[in-house]
Design a protein around this ligand. Structure first.
Ligand SMILES: [Zn+2]
Length: 335
């Protein structure tokens, strides 16, 4: 018994060493996020322009708190006349976690091996390969914020993602999940990743620490209740965070991100214009970009063509499960 145990321990230590040495090269980047306000850095170029005010279209609603009711109205589901066209919907029976890369000499007792990490986020919220020799940098991260709103749009997005074998993060708001837990479940069941986008879609920079805590933790809780696991990714509404928000997010084991490619799909200039959504994304296309989109009818309509165009340019889609959250290093620097 003791021999076996020590063997196990040394294996674990060796694995840990391998993992940390693999990470440390890029780790500094995320670790040093504090030195420069990365959030601002990413948004600097166009802070105001790119600021997603997805709920801004209904600014009539006022800033109060994300009133789901009114927000829904603006999205005029009628425009989304695209039939969700259920082709091959049940393709994805496997949630992302199932895509495990089994260790060659796995000890039966050890936990299931996590998915192999291939990418790390950099200071401007784009993604770079951990091993440039073996992993392509010609990839994008697809994200859809502010849902889940309607089955019609959610299903259409999921179908298109399936069609292109693409993965994405759906950054959800708690008040919407509360109204449509079945939609959240559907997103997770179809193998897509859930991210935390605060409960009410409010500017967390303006909130007290207690309020921020509630905004973030309540979403962790409801997502766990509905799909069984807590989100590992967080995006603040409007891209607005501060050190407290970032620290709390990290404490909850989440990677904090804004984006590096705004589709402007939330902006009035793009409303009802799927072609504009596509053009905006392609205009800012670079290897590793983190593409901000929303659950909106014109985005839903644009997605199939957008993904086809990205593929024709040689781009692949990052599976969020392959993102190294880099939390070890972040925790170290925080202390
Ligand atoms: Zn949002």
């Amino acid at each position: 018994m003791p021999i076996r145990k020590s063997h196990l321990i040394s294996i674990v230590i060796m694995m840990a060493l391998l993992v940390t040495s693999g990470c440390s090269s890029n780790g500094n980047r995320s670790g040093s996020t504090n030195s420069t306000p990365a959030g601002n850095a990413a948004n600097n170029g166009s802070s105001t322009v790119k600021e997603p005010a997805p709920d801004a279209a209904n600014s009539a609603t006022d800033s109060s708190t994300g009133n789901g009711t009114t927000t829904d109205g603006q999205n005029d589901p009628d425009k989304n006349n695209q039939p969700a066209d259920d082709k091959g919907t049940n393709a994805t029976t496997t949630p992302s976690e199932n895509t495990t890369a089994p260790e060659p000499d796995s000890n039966a007792t050890t936990d299931p091996q996590p998915v192999k990490k291939l990418y790390k986020m950099n200071k401007v919220y784009s993604f770079v390969p951990i091993d440039k020799a073996t992993t392509s940098n010609k990839v994008v991260l697809l994200t859809f914020d502010d849902g889940p709103k309607e089955d019609k749009m959610v299903s259409a997005l999921l179908d298109t993602l399936d069609k292109h074998k693409a993965k994405a993060i759906f950054f959800v708001n708690g008040y919407r999940v509360k109204k449509h837990p079945e939609l959240l479940k559907k997103i997770a069941d179809r193998g897509q990743t859930i991210g935390n986008h605060s409960w009410d879609h409010i500017d967390l920079k303006k909130e007290s620490q207690a309020s921020v805590k509630k905004q973030i933790e309540d979403v962790q809780q409801i997502v766990k209740e509905v799909v069984g696991t807590e989100p590992q990714f967080f995006r603040p509404p409007f891209g607005n965070g501060n050190d407290y928000v970032k620290g709390l997010v990290r404490d909850h084991g989440m990677l904090y991100m804004t984006w590096s490619n705004g589709s402007l799909d939330w902006d009035s200039s793009t409303k009802d214009k799927p072609d504009k959504v596509i053009a905006n994304v392609l205009e800012q296309l670079h290897p590793g970009v983190n593409i901000l989109m929303h659950e909106l009818p014109w985005t839903t309509e644009a997605l199939d063509t957008l993904l086809t165009k990205l593929e024709s340019k040689g781009y692949g889609f990052i599976d969020p499960a392959t993102i190294d959250l880099g939390l070890e290093e972040q925790t170290q620097t925080a202390k």
